[in-house]
Design a protein around this ligand. Structure first.
Ligand code: FPP
Length: 229
């Protein structure tokens, strides 16, 4: 049994921006803007807590079905945020990774991702992994297709792992979902095999260091057996 230390990797399903805005009689995009502020607070809180990898579910492959106006607003916000992270990542020694499919992300986003990922590749502090146009079924299918293309006829779990978007990303010990929803929504299906889950009713724009500390305290109180006794 593993003792419960600070997790090396935390992954978060940031949910509830729309409901937060609705409660305040604001447009949904105002909720996403407040959500972007919570992202920055959480990055700082994770660094402070000694987390090495933080994966944030920023846009799923299913989110393209939202109204075009909301998608455009989210893409604009993501582009703005990527510009801000580029600056902050250098100051704070953060390495940016992205998990997801490139198509059909707009060139304005892809260019910013490529630039910031390259510029921060040598940073040794927190790795911020943005799940962007991400779907876990797509990630696993992508891995299997890579293996088929390489001529493999029988594959092992290790083969699949080696063809995930980031084979070097450790599995998240802890997955957090905000807003009271309790499901995985096509997030990290392979990597979540032994993850602990923490669900909170707090809406994502209200998430902060105190909430992260509560999730960590809950994680540390658990016993992880990995199928053993
Ligand atoms: C879920 O809330 C949130 C999203 C679909 C997108 C997450 C985006 C952000 C936190 C903002 C920007 C992100 C970055 C990385 C800068 P929802 O719209 O599904 O909320 P609802 O379920 O209450 O409608």
């Amino acid at each position: 049994m593993q003792s419960n230390q600070i997790p090396q990797h935390i992954a978060i399903i940031m949910d509830g921006n729309g409901r937060w805005a609705k409660q305040k009689h604001l447009p949904r995009l105002a909720g996403h803007h407040a959500g972007a502020k919570a992202v920055r607070r959480t990055i700082d809180a994770a660094r402070k807590a000694g987390i090495s990898f933080l994966t944030l579910y920023a846009f799923s492959t299913e989110n393209w079905s939202r109204p075009q106006e909301e998608i455009d607003g989210l893409m604009k916000l993501l582009a703005q945020s990527l510009d801000e992270y580029a600056k902050e990542a250098t100051e704070k020694n953060i390495r940016l990774w992205v998990s997801g499919e490139r198509e059909p992300l707009p060139p304005a986003i892809l260019e910013r991702i490529d630039k910031t990922v390259a510029a921060t590749a040598g940073n040794t502090g927190l790795t911020l992994n943005l799940a962007l146009n991400y779907g876990a079924q797509q990630e696993i299918t992508h891995a299997v297709n890579d293996l088929l293309a390489s001529g493999k006829t029988a594959i092992t779990p290790a083969d699949i792992r080696a063809h995930l978007y980031h084979p070097d990303l450790p599995d998240p010990e802890l997955i957090i979902r905000t807003s009271g929803e309790e499901r995985l929504s096509n997030f990290l299906l392979w990597q979540a095999a032994y993850s602990e889950f923490y669900f909170t009713p707090v809406l994502w724009p209200d998430f902060d260091e105190t909430e992260l500390q509560k999730a960590l305290a809950s994680f540390q109180a658990r016993q992880r057996r990995f199928g053993g006794i």
